[in-house]
Design a protein around this ligand. Structure first.
Ligand SMILES: NC(=O)c1ccc[n+]([C@@H]2O[C@H](COP(=O)([O-])OP(=O)(O)OC[C@H]3O[C@@H](n4cnc5c(N)ncnc54)[C@H](O)[C@@H]3O)[C@@H](O)[C@H]2O)c1
Length: 425
């Protein structure tokens, strides 16, 4: 265990969990060879020397390895949770007591504490922000406008955060550049699709222990996340129907072999409902009314707004009980509807989030994007930037190499052929 002497500032549930946290963080690290290589280079080159980084990310073992990487690069890092239910208390303990990283996160914290933690990170005057869902950037642009000139730039992890940032940029409200890590191919193609696909099912299974085979599963949203969930649900033998509002995505779902239904059609058909739209109130009162006894609902989109939970609570008229850890039952007119992980990100609330092997690439992008902001902030305008192609390629190449896979290179003849316009039939 790393001994950092006096403890850094923190607010975590139980520092006694430090050893368990270290064991789990080291376990995750074994699956994160790309991030490890970046950390080793950062230790040598110190590209983030003296830079204050404020992070609002899920406090998981994979995030801990990102925090270690930023610190190795010379940064002063302060971390708050990006969701009240996703914090692993053992990870928070280890970050503070073993790795010397200020962490403010308690699993199950209420909204007030969540924002208190975010404000504590803002109090450290970050020069770079790292968000998962744009909450830190929003806080700085609303309550802490005086701090905005201190900020060199930021990075954003998820689709919902990127959508918010684009809306801010379009309004002329964004005051510093933000790199949309989610837009990197080495992020959303793998993290959103395979990571969320697997871990969403992991969360639903840990919470309910239901058999998926033969069940009717409704997936709302056929973006990267929805595609992964539908694919893995089908792999478990479910009949999958997709709900969409985008015609192209709906055709894609059909041709991938799923049914496409409206929310209204799906409500009375499904046994398990999973939302992944990034939108609000996809399933509402009229749909809850149609759902069958025993239906299970879960959300894998960023905010707990995809299911109309106030309506669900009102309809149950107090007949709500915890039937298992992470499962609440709502009794409505004699039938029982079940909600997993309070409608919050089910893969983080009821399981451990994405497997480390996939976060390896996402967080390699985060670390390299932070380095990019330090190097290039003077050339960047207040806008949303995609991750430079060179970073994407570097992450993919390091990942392949770590997997022991060698990539072909084009022969000189092939290079000449693809660059020429004179070759015909
Ligand atoms: N659980 C996780 O760990 C995790 C990981 C990555 C992303 N996310 C979140 O998941 C959500 C989806 O991400 P994504 O990358 O798939 O986004 P995406 O933009 O690729 O896909 C969203 C899809 O939802 C559809 N949609 C929007 N409103 C709808 C509605 N009312 N009904 C049906 N479909 C609707 C859109 O047409 C789109 O096809 C976001 O909130 C994102 O932040 C969660």
């Amino acid at each position: 265990m790393t001994d950092t002497g006096a403890l850094v500032a923190h607010d975590v549930t139980d520092l006694g969990l430090v050893d368990e946290g270290v064991r789990r963080i080291e376990w995750a690290e074994r699956e994160m060879p790309v991030l490890r290589q970046i950390r080793e280079r950062f230790e040598r080159e110190r590209p983030l020397d003296g830079i204050r980084i404020g992070c609002c990310l899920h406090v998981t073992t994979e995030t801990a390895n990102l925090m270690r990487t930023l610190k190795a690069g010379g940064a002063e890092v302060h971390l708050a949770a990006s969701n009240p239910l996703s914090t692993q208390d053992w990870t928070a303990a280890a970050l503070v007591a073993a790795y010397g990283i200020s962490t403010y996160a308690r699993r199950g914290e209420d909204n007030e504490t969540y924002y208190k933690h975010l404000r504590t990170v803002a109090d450290t005057h970050p020069q770079i922000t790292q968000d998962d869902g744009c909450d830190l950037v929003t806080l700085l642009h609303t309550e802490r406008r005086d701090q905005l000139p201190e900020i060199l730039g930021g990075t954003e992890e998820t689709t919902t955060g990127v959508i918010r940032l684009r809306a801010m940029a379009a309004d002329g409200a964004l005051t510093f550049p933000v790199v949309a890590v989610n837009e990197a191919e080495t992020k959303h193609l793998f993290d959103n699709r395979y990571g969320t696909g697997q871990s969403t099912i992991d969360g639903i299974l840990r919470a309910t222990n239901l058999l998926i085979a033969g069940r009717n599963v409704v997936v709302a949203g056929y973006g990267w996340v929805g595609k992964g969930i539908a694919m893995r649900m089908q792999g478990h033998g479910a009949h999958v129907a997709v709900v969409e509002v985008n015609a192209v995505r709906a055709i894609e779902a059909l041709m991938d072999g799923y049914q496409v239904k409206t929310v209204g059609e799906a409500a009375g058909w499904g046994d398990i409902f999973v939302t992944a739209t990034g939108n609000v109130n996809v399933f509402r009162r009229e749909h809850f009314e149609q759902m069958r006894d025993g239906a299970v609902m879960a959300n894998s989109g960023h905010f707990d707004a995809e299911l109309d939970l106030p309506a669900l609570r009102a309809m149950a008229e107090g007949h709500i009980r915890d039937v298992r850890p992470n499962v609440q039952e709502f009794e409505i007119g004699g039938k029982r509807l079940n909600l997993v992980a309070e409608g919050r990100l089910v893969n983080l609330g009821a399981a451990e989030g994405h497997p480390a092997a996939v976060m390896d690439m996402s967080f390699a992008n985060q670390a390299l994007a932070a380095e990019y902001v330090v190097k290039h902030h003077a050339e960047l305008r207040p806008d949303v930037y995609t991750v430079p192609e060179a970073i994407d390629q570097e992450v993919a190449s390091l990942k392949l190499a770590a997997m022991g896979i060698t990539l072909d290179a084009m022969t000189p003849e092939q290079l000449e052929y693809v660059s020429s316009w004179q070759h015909g039939t």
